[in-house]
Ligand binder design. Structure first.
Ligand code: NDP
Ligand code: 8X3
Length: 249
């Protein structure tokens, strides 16, 4: 099950798992895109796909959708908690409360709502793997990152804490923490301003969605006795959240 499979990391990860023979539960708000991705998976890889069209911020929708899964689809091997966003980029004193709420509600509360439904299913099935998509922003704060960083620090804490909670149940928990990757992420962060979004990656080669899909599949495909706790992946041009090497033309 991959949340936020209509774009970026989620969509690329869906391809990677389908290529490797996994049936998929894909989620997202944009129904048309969700159906398109699902159709592609079936046609290209011949796997079964179940789509759930919900907003992770709305717990009632999350519960209704997930609990409506037919019994055989409740046997979830891997949950990729990927749905998330940055909204806005500026100093704390100028922050837009709506942006803050969107990030907290999606990246933290949404991840919790989904996990609260799926973890008991995994415990019942005595197997599973929860992969949370964190960020380098959850390792070090950076200028103008404030609330986005805070939500990803929260994801990091939840990953660590969930691993302890899942220990008696034999369920793996991993954090995958990417650095700068060119997806729809910056377009969403800058509220549709594609020029500003492009500028984020100027003078460097960012990660691609496929780079992260490769890592997510890698951690999920380790032998049963192996749990990769945490993995930080950046473009070569990014040493950490603030030291970024750009070629000036
Ligand atoms: P994209 O914007 O390309 O994709 C985001 C996905 O999340 C979409 O499928 C979107 O689907 C879904 N989503 C967003 N909000 C909601 C919601 N309220 N309910 C359900 N689904 C939602 O971004 P990325 O692929 O880059 O981002 C994926 C994850 O990776 C996020 O958690 C992000 O914070 C994280 N990340 C991104 C990095 C980057 O540089 N790109 C680096 C590090 C981490 P829809 O709109 O259809 O609902
Ligand atoms: C997204 C990457 O560098 O914008 O998590 O924080 S960054």
């Amino acid at each position: 099950m991959i949340t936020g499979a209509t774009a970026g990391f989620g969509e690329a990860t869906a391809h990677e798992f389908a290529k490797n023979g996994y049936d998929l539960i894909l989620t997202g708000r944009r129904l048309e895109r969700l159906n398109k991705v699902a159709e592609e998976m079936g046609k290209k890889y011949g796997v079964e796909v179940f789509t759930l069209n919900f907003d992770v911020r709305k717990n009632e929708e999350v519960q209704k959708s997930i609990y409506s899964l037919p019994a055989q689809w409740q046997n979830i091997d891997v949950l990729v908690n990927n749905a998330g966003l940055a909204s806005g980029f500026g100093p704390i004193q100028d922050g837009d409360i709506k942006d803050w709420e969107a990030m907290i509600d999606t990246n933290v509360k949404g991840l919790l709502y989904v996990t609260r439904c799926i973890a008991p299913m995994m415990i019942k099935n005595k197997k599973g793997h929860i992969i949370n998509i964190g960020s380098t922003a959850g390792k070090e704060a950076y200028l103008n990152g404030n609330v986005y960083c805070a939500t990803k620090f929260a994801v990091d804490a939840l990953t660590k804490s969930m691993r302890i909670d899942m220990l008696p149940h034999g369920i793996r928990v991993t954090g995958v923490c990417p650095g700068m990757a060119e997806t729809e992420f910056s377009i969403v962060r800058f509220h549709g301003d594609t020029d500003k979004a492009k500028n984020v990656y100027k003078g460097l080669t960012p990660l691609s969605a496929q780079d992260i899909a490769d890592v997510v599949y890698f951690v999920a495909s380790r032998p049963a006795n192996v749990n990769i706790s945490d993995i930080v992946v950046t473009p070569l041009a990014q040493a950490n959240t603030s030291n970024i090497l750009r070629k000036v033309e």
